[in-house]
Design a protein around this ligand. Sequence first.
Ligand SMILES: Cc1cc2nc3c(=O)[nH]c(=O)nc-3n(C[C@H](O)[C@H](O)[C@H](O)COP(=O)(O)OP(=O)(O)OC[C@H]3O[C@@H](n4cnc5c(N)ncnc54)[C@H](O)[C@@H]3O)c2cc1C
Length: 377
Amino acid sequence: MLDVAIVGGGPVGSAVAALAAPSGLSIAILEARAAPSGDRRILALSHASRERLEEANAWPTGDATPIESIHISQRGGPGRTLLEAREQSLPALGYTVPHAALESRLAARLSGQRIEVRHGAACEGIALDPEGATVMLGSGEALRARLLVIADGGSSAARIPGVAFREKDYAQEAVVGMVRTDRAHGGRAYERFTPEGPLALLPVADRYALVWTAQPARARELLALDERSFLAGLQVAFGDRAGRFTAIESRNAFPLRLRTVNTPVALRTVIVGNAAQALHPVAGQGLNLGLRDAAALADLLRASPEAAGSREMLDAYRAARRRDASRGVVFTDLLVSIFADGRRLPTWGRGLALAAFDLLPPARRLLAERMIHGAPS
Ligand SMILES: Cc1cc2nc3c(=O)[nH]c(=O)nc-3n(C[C@H](O)[C@H](O)[C@H](O)COP(=O)(O)OP(=O)(O)OC[C@H]3O[C@@H](n4cnc5c(N)ncnc54)[C@H](O)[C@@H]3O)c2cc1C
């Protein structure tokens, strides 16, 4: 019997294993994909996430671009605010990291720690009993573990008795891509609230990663536009704060919804990362929250390896994560409601909120603090 079986070898499942490795527990990751994803997504990670990944020896140093300031504004209305790293006494508010770079850094770390990572091992069934969890794989093989960690982004938690999902469809899609401008970014990220939805530009090496939310029909239209028309539309939506847009590559679109579980624990089981809470990317909180799940679980496993999967350990995990996870969900959902949905707050109200943040350094510090560290437990 294994001590810990982790279903899902994405960034959160891999981080759980890397951070828990010093516990000496036998840990295996079961990953459905036959090979690494090579996902082209760009992730915005907070300074606190960097510290966690450094602790796991999995921070992709050469591939991270520091975000030194974040400019927040709205199109068609007054008000703006600027969050700056120096105001927080930090080298950077956060970093952008290519998903693929993080994936390969974590994989290298896991092989150094002799953690078994099985590719092509899709979980197709789960049975739980007081002594352990059994995972049924597509190959017909069954694996037993004292603790089951569900980190598969959401596909297996529904198999667990007592676990239910709450879903909210934002009826929006995120159009993503890599965009160039005729001006250096200077480490500045932009979040601009437009009548169509939030539009973010994140500095990545000598370019920006674009996340442009729009209604599904508009998103399809944006994907189909030729480069010149796309850039012209982007210029109108974003304005000229970042300079003139000159090129766009790797366009893609993702549907946006909020999905949360009613409980992150069940008999012999912990649910982490996107499997526990999948968020709108408006505040770039998803993986940051998932890495805090991973760190909390790994802390418990390192502190009391013999308690892996016990009732006490599960209760301790739930208590450690309750406040931060629920606040992260509420914070992101509130931002979407207030800033992305014009019906909830008029333009002048949003302008007032942005101006208030700009005029009140403590409010700015609190916002940055929440985005970097989450809610205190
Ligand atoms: C457009 C977009 C932009 C984003 N930007 C940001 C950002 O800037 N900052 C941020 O913090 N977050 C961001 N996110 C969210 C972030 O990508 C997720 O929070 C993160 O990927 C969650 O990691 P995870 O390991 O929990 O799940 P996933 O990344 O979904 O990984 C789950 C893994 O489980 C595997 N799996 C699935 N089913 C099974 C099964 N049955 N058996 C075995 N394995 C299985 C999958 O193959 C996958 O490898 C963004 C998301 C989107 C869509």
